[in-house]
Design a protein around this ligand. Structure first.
Ligand code: GTP
Length: 341
């Protein structure tokens, strides 16, 4: 019975899933070019992986610009995580507001508009730029902001697979008074994720195209984590033998395949289809609200320490900043004249 069940304590995994198509490098360049006309950068992260969905490339590009961090898809995450994260930000990044949102329910969307409105004095209109890793919900956030701010419908295309927004689109008005505009940008992945499990978490939450990672491995990792959370609802949902949990991904997938009738010619169970179904089930919140990163005070402390080290190693003085800006300007004008040739 479930009381005797002992979950696995380790998940050996050493394959790094990397995905950095050309449009992302270009996106990063476009973000940097548009920055001068932006008053606030809204960096969207996935609340289910609050640390793994941080892209250091944004630190480099966005630098010391005013930033607001949005932990989106909070409806899918462990609700108790907002407190330690907010406290850690208050301690380590007190000038950076943090908001936990859901674009499904428009939860806390108004808080973002309130932050933007505050910037409208003394500037007449405010421009926000939304950045973030693929699939964290940037386009959904723009649509939510527009819905809540100006009562209008969809302005940006959204999708269950990452990489829907491929270029920086024009500005979208999200508030009338004061006037707040918003710029959407393509999702930009970390060019190289060194930690294999981190890349697996990003893939599992939809940040990397599914065909690039092994769906059955993602399910296995998810199973390992669900068991670790002592959340055995899946065993009932998919009517596993005696409704008992398992550490064996094949057993799980066979149960799922039987339950959804995923059977191929000859009567064999289609474990691939079962894996796809199980992932979708998780991603739409049917397997509970779980946060996959450790957000204990100690883990957050060491995260912010590593960020500090990162910022120190890429941190530049104002003199250097001006120099870099000049070089960038020169590069841009060369690019423009080349394009005109
Ligand atoms: N449950 C839940 N789903 C969300 C939320 N926000 C977005 N989604 C879903 O997540 C998926 C990705 O959303 P998008 O808005 O297309 O994400 P994006 O960041 O613009 O994606 P890219 O184009 O890859 O950069 C879609 O299936 C959305 O419906 C949220 O707050 N909660």
């Amino acid at each position: 019975m479930a009381t005797r069940f002992i979950p696995r304590t380790h998940f050996p995994y050493d394959r790094v899933i990397n995905w950095f198509p050309g449009h992302m490098a270009k996106g990063l360049r476009l973000i940097s070019e548009r920055l001068n006309s932006v008053d606030l950068v809204v960096e969207v992260r996935d609340a289910r992986i609050p640390l793994s969905s941080v892209n250091p490339s944004f630190e480099k590009v966005v630098g010391r610009r005013p930033r607001l961090i949005v932990y989106n898809k909070f409806d899918l995450a462990d609700q108790s995580t907002s407190k330690p994260i907010t406290e850690a930000f208050a301690k380590h990044a007190p000038t950076t507001p943090v908001v936990f949102t859901s674009c499904q329910t428009d939860d806390n969307i108004k808080t973002i508009l309130d932050h933007a409105s505050k910037l409208a004095d003394p500037i007449p209109q405010v421009t926000l730029m939304v950045v973030g890793m693929p699939n964290v919900g940037k386009s959904s956030l723009i649509n939510s902001l527009r819905r809540v701010g100006v009562g209008k419908g969809k302005a940006a295309a959204t999708g269950a697979q990452p990489g829907i927004t491929r270029t920086v689109i024009g500005t979208v008005k999200v508030l009338e008074d004061p006037t707040v505009y918003l710029v959407d940008t393509p999702g930009v992945m970390v060019p190289h994720i060194a930690d294999p499990v981190r890349s697996l978490k990003v893939a599992l939450t939809g940040g990397i195209r599914d065909h690039l990672s092994d769906e059955q491995v993602m399910v296995d990792y998810l199973l390992y984590r669900l068991n670790g959370f002592n959340d055995y609802e899946y065993a009932k949902w998919f009517k596993l033998p005696n409704n008992e949990p398992t550490n064996n991904v094949d057993e799980l997938l066979q149960g799922v395949a039987r339950r959804i009738g995923a059977i191929v010619k000859g009567g064999e169970l289609d474990l691939n289809m079962a894996a796809k179904f199980f992932l979708k089930h998780y991603r739409t919140g049917k397997l509970g609200q779980h946060t996959l990163d450790d957000v204990s005070p100690e883990a957050l402390e060491s995260f912010f320490e590593s960020q500090k080290m990162y910022n120190a190693s890429t941190g530049v003085s104002r003199r250097q900043e001006k120099k870099i800006a000049k070089i960038e300007q020169r590069k841009n004008s060369r690019r423009v004249s080349k394009a005109e040739e």
